[in-house]
Design a protein around this ligand. Structure first.
Ligand code: C2E
Ligand code: CA
Ligand code: CA
Ligand code: CA
Length: 279
């Protein structure tokens, strides 16, 4: 029996013997969803650590499945990456995020930036630069208002062309943030060459830092290092006041997490005040 939301993937995954059949079914479902427009974006604010003001939002995709309900990205992005469907899906996400936030900025006196998650497969593929140019041109979002979140796995594709692409984006005014910082395998030295302007500390780091002295040292070290490289630091997964205070005391620039706001539909974001003190 099919279950709702969070349990969907268990349902898909629970049938190991039928897993091939399932991925075929899900692949088909993804295809239908793309054509029929069953994806939507939710937005989560990033707040300035000092002022608690919303500076930007991260776009997070959800799949509104006709029978299974709302499906989280962790339950379909990996499959979409396997099947290559991440390419059309990612293209849709980029265009939709630019369109929705450009419109929001026009209709209010807001100047929000939007951060869009880009799969390494999408980023490293020929034609990605054109997708970005198209999204900006078609929606009128100023390049300075767009930020691309990539993980260090983009480097698996070889460094030189990737650095070149990032430099082109930066020259256009688009910014690049390094997501899930610290969870991957590459060495710190790649940071010398990547023209990124922001690192996002993974929530596992952030949440562990309060209880573990060594993790606290890593977090502090990353923040100090990033600042010396003229990069900003975002702490993800801030859920408690203690975490907020800890990261603010360590001079983290931006905070993101349930303590301030959860990812929300565009309509809710429209009504959200700019000032977001911890709740
Ligand atoms: P991520 O980029 O690291 O995004 C942050 C995730 O942490 C989001 O999960 C967000 O809802 C969640 N989160 C935010 N604040 C808190 C908190 O205080 N506590 C906890 N426990 N979690 C928090 P979500 O939306 O389920 O997305 C999961 C991952 O799926 C993202 O991780 C990202 O890697 C991927 N993803 C989401 N949207 C897209 C997309 O449009 N394209 C691609 N390629 N990947 C996406
Ligand atoms: Ca992200
Ligand atoms: Ca993360
Ligand atoms: Ca991620």
């Amino acid at each position: 029996a099919k279950r709702q939301g969070r349990n969907t993937w268990q349902w898909y995954r629970g049938r190991k013997a039928e897993s091939v059949k399932h991925s075929v079914a899900m692949r088909h479902d993804l295809h239908t969803a793309l054509i029929e427009g069953h994806f939507e974006l939710h937005y989560q604010p990033l707040v300035d650590a000092m002022s608690s003001r919303m500076r930007s939002v991260e776009a997070l995709v959800r799949w509104r499945h006709p029978t299974l309900g709302l499906i989280a990205p962790g339950d379909f992005i990996p499959l979409a990456e396997q099947t290559g469907q991440i390419i059309p899906l990612g293209r849709w996400v980029l265009l939709q995020a630019c369109r929705e936030i450009a419109t929001l900025n026009e209709q209010s006196d807001r100047v929000l930036s939007v951060a869009v998650n880009i799969s390494s497969l999408q980023f490293c593929r020929d034609g990605f630069l054109d997708e970005v140019k198209y999204a900006l041109k078609a929606t009128g979002l100023p390049p300075e208002r767009l930020e691309l979140e990539v993980t260090e796995s983009v480097l698996l594709d070889g460094t030189d062309p990737i650095i070149e692409l990032m430099q082109t984006l930066v020259t256009m005014g688009v910014r690049v943030a390094l997501d899930d910082f610290g969870t991957g395998f590459s060495s710190l030295s790649y940071l010398c060459d990547l023209p990124t302007h922001k690192v996002k500390l993974d929530r596992r780091f952030v949440q562990k830092a309060l209880k573990n002295r060594r993790m606290a040292a890593i977090v502090q070290g990353v923040i100090t290092m990033a600042h010396h490289m003229d990069m900003q630091v975002v702490a993800e997964g801030i859920e408690t006041r203690a975490q907020q205070e800890d990261l603010t005391r360590r001079h983290c620039d931006l905070l993101q997490g349930y303590l301030f706001a959860r990812p929300m539909p565009l309509e809710e974001l429209k009504r959200l005040p700019d000032y977001l003190p911890a709740i």
